[in-house]
Design a protein around this ligand. Structure first.
Ligand SMILES: Cc1cc2nc3c(=O)[nH]c(=O)nc-3n(C[C@H](O)[C@H](O)[C@H](O)COP(=O)(O)O)c2cc1C
Length: 209
């Protein structure tokens, strides 16, 4: 059973106009990772679509994973969910929460982007985000509903931290790309670095002698 059919089944008896909240996680694909513009594109879509359809929420990204919370009328959330789940820029989609709610958690946000990588945070952001430590490094697959709820409770209290800016997000994608390429070759890069250094020393000694 796909994540999509599982969620539709779960709320079958709920009215189309009911306010619901969906939280899912996924992993960015390699091709999307290599394209730093994914965050700008998603933000552009979300800004227009979500406002027109009364959708609010937050989209978190870190360590190659997304966690998105989408809130709105059931019919609108399911329509958006179908399109997002069919998006080839991410994979391993898993629904963490799907429930009827009385009020929204992210009232003011059409789709807030939150960036969960410490090294990109400013000192001010680091202070604010210290509460997120138990959730980092960000590996949200398999979170229980309690843990997901705990995470949402923390991030909904955040103001507009600097790391939400698009520039930071683009750097993050680039950083991830670099890490993805460099990580498997760390030993090779270290040996190459040492050899290059020795070669330079040898050349200098040769020149001086
Ligand atoms: C992780 C992720 C989150 C997304 N969130 C939204 C969103 O909140 N709102 C939105 O309109 N599109 C969002 N998108 C983009 C949609 O998947 C899709 O590309 C867009 O709605 C256009 O769909 P269409 O080509 O079927 O019209 C998201 C994509 C990804 C990969």
């Amino acid at each position: 059973m796909t994540p999509l059919t599982r969620t539709v089944d779960t709320l079958e008896t709920v009215e189309d106009s009911a306010l619901i909240q969906l939280v899912y996680v996924s992993s960015i694909t390699l091709s999307a990772r290599l394209k730093a513009s994914i965050f700008d594109e998603v933000e552009d879509h979300a800004r227009d679509h979500n406002e027109q359809h009364g959708i609010t929420g937050t989209l978190c990204y870190g360590n190659g994973h997304f966690l998105q919370c989408i809130e709105g009328k059931k019919s609108e959330v399911f329509d958006l969910q179908k399109r997002i789940f069919a998006d080839s820029r991410h994979k391993n989609i898993e629904v963490l929460l799907l429930r009827v709610i009385n009020q929204r958690s992210f009232v003011d946000w059409r789709m807030r982007l939150l960036f969960l990588e410490r090294w990109l945070w400013s000192p001010a952001t680091k202070k604010q985000a210290a509460q997120l430590s138990p959730f980092l490094p960000f590996t949200p697959h398999g979170w229980t509903s309690e843990r997901t709820e705990q995470f949402l409770q923390i991030i909904k209290t955040f103001d507009t931290p600097p790391h939400i800016k698009a520039a930071g997000i683009t750097y993050n994608a680039l950083g991830n790309m670099f890490r993805h390429i460099a990580a498997p070759h760390q030993a090779f890069l270290i040996v190459q670095g040492c050899l290059s250094l020795l070669l330079m020393v040898a050349l200098v000694l040769l020149y001086l002698s």
